[in-house]
Design a protein around this ligand. Structure first.
Ligand SMILES: Cc1cc2nc3c(=O)[nH]c(=O)nc-3n(C[C@H](O)[C@H](O)[C@H](O)COP(=O)(O)OP(=O)(O)OC[C@H]3O[C@@H](n4cnc5c(N)ncnc54)[C@H](O)[C@@H]3O)c2cc1C
Length: 413
């Protein structure tokens, strides 16, 4: 009897779970190896959705219902007095990371998911690949899928010089219950993405599903993200805790120094409409994220293949990190299903996904142009400087030339 091929998936977050389910669907034996032992689901925040994300979830056999997302009707740009400067109709929907993660995790049998397994290195032997783990054990397969995120151990082994590069700005993020959102926002803008553009900065706020996936009015949550240019030295200070311990380029929210949070809230009061500033003021533990991006020059390295954030990271403005991981996994499954020669299938996957990855990273950089810390008067704008105009940002927000907005109609279809 013909032996089914075996894939080792490193990383049990969304990219790894999509890959595992879709390869199982084409008859491969798959084992996921995830470093973390805790529940990943509790750590996520707001998430951009696309039609492609939902279609791939359905294909992966992930439990699905309309509560995955909160439909929205458009974008508004609010000035510092709360007046609408510009409005644009655009049907789309927002979700939360856990709302995508949990059904995907359920779709992979526990017997195929091994938590607490940290990959240390990969060894290739002709058409076989061996994964070496920190506990001294090994696993062998026909293919190793690196879905181990932006600091991928696998990618660093093969391409040590490729990795995230700080974009020069940070994001402050927060989430709160709908009932705590100031009444003026709830009544006027709650079903839209509300953008603000204080000088050289950008923020968005939007509804997302609430506790227990509740999408009923009154039971949702409100999510904000505020991008601010920050020098590497200032970032270092933000990521240093009260004991002087420096945490690298991110810091657990409870360790952010109280004076840092106070200063952020004071800055919000100066720069935003009072109701939006209030949203930030009412967020007890904002999250701090240094924005970075990178592109891998190769995705197929013998019998090792990079997928999701291990392959490319675009800045969050395209709101498509999860959709890209889903599409990477679908492209890999399609390539392997249509081709008996695994190496030829990996070459096809690489061709397709390099092109997509490069285009989405380039677009995310364009959308972040106005955060580069420079002031360029409109008369001197050239090329991507057009994206210093918030109207242009709103027009092209997301990646509408690469993926499709999810709308309420897609949720029921
Ligand atoms: C807990 C969590 C919360 C997130 N929340 C959001 C969010 O709210 N909004 C949003 O837009 N994006 C979020 N993301 C990012 C989003 O998941 C990714 O951008 C996208 O889904 C692509 O993911 P990925 O699976 O390729 O990589 P990631 O999601 O980064 O997952 C990589 C996985 O690999 C594991 N791993 C890393 N190294 C090793 C190793 N050596 N051995 C074994 N396992 C390893 C990690 O523990 C992690 O689970 C989150 C990611 C995580 C892990």
């Amino acid at each position: 009897m013909k032996r089914s091929k075996r894939a080792l998936v490193i990383g049990g977050s969304l990219g790894g779970l999509f890959a595992a389910s879709l390869l199982r669907g084409i008859g491969w034996t798959v084992t996921v190896f995830e470093r973390s032992t805790g529940a990943l689901a509790s750590r996520g925040a707001g998430l951009g959705t696309t039609r492609e994300l939902v279609e791939t979830m359905r294909r992966a056999g992930a439990r699905f219902d309309v509560s995955i997302a909160v439909p929205m009707t458009g974008y508004v740009w609010l000035d510092a007095d709360g007046r609408v400067v510009h409005a644009q109709e655009r049907l789309n929907a927002s979700s939360t990371w856990s709302r995508v993660y949990l059904p995907l995790r359920e779709a992979v049998p526990d017997s195929d998911y091994r938590a607490g397994m940290t990959l240390e290195r990969v060894e290739q032997k002709g058409e076989r690949v061996v994964a070496h783990f920190a506990d001294g054990t090994t696993a062998e397969g026909d293919l190793l899928i690196a879905a181990d995120g932006n600091f991928s151990t696998v990618r660093r082994q093969f391409m040590p010089d490729v990795g995230p590069r700080y974009a020069g700005y940070v994001a402050w993020r927060g989430i709160m219950e709908e009932r705590d959102v100031p009444a003026a926002i709830r009544s006027a803008h709650f079903d839209k993405i509300a953008f603000s553009f204080p000088a050289g900065e950008m923020s968005l706020a939007m509804p997302v599903p609430g506790h227990d996936d509740d999408t009923r009015p009154g039971h949702r949550r409100y999510y904000f993200i505020w991008y601010r240019p920050t020098t590497p030295e200032a970032l270092r200070d933000l990521c240093t805790d009260a004991n002087g311990l420096h945490h690298g380029i991110s810091i657990p929210p409870p360790l952010i120094r109280p004076e840092v949070i106070r200063a952020v809230k004071d800055d919000a009061a100066e720069r935003f409409a009072p109701d939006l500033a209030e949203v930030i003021a009412r967020t007890e533990l904002p999250l701090l994220q240094a924005i970075s991006d990178f592109e891998s020059p190769k995705l197929a390295l013998g019998r090792v293949v990079l997928l999701g954030d291990a392959a490319f990271v675009a800045r969050p403005h395209v709101a498509a990190g999860v959709s890209k991981a889903a599409l990477d996994a679908a492209a890999l499954a399609d390539a392997l299903a249509g081709e008996a020669d695994v190496d030829a299938a990996l070459a096809r996957y690489e061709r397709e996904r390099l092109d997509f990855g490069r285009r989405i990273v380039a677009h995310s950089r364009r959308l972040g142009t106005l955060l580069d810390g420079r002031e360029v008067p409109p008369a001197q704008w050239t090329g991507d400087d057009a994206y210093r105009d918030p109207r242009r940002v709103l027009r092209d927000y997301g990646a509408p030339h690469l993926v499709h907005d999810l709308t309420a109609q897609d949720l029921v279809a």
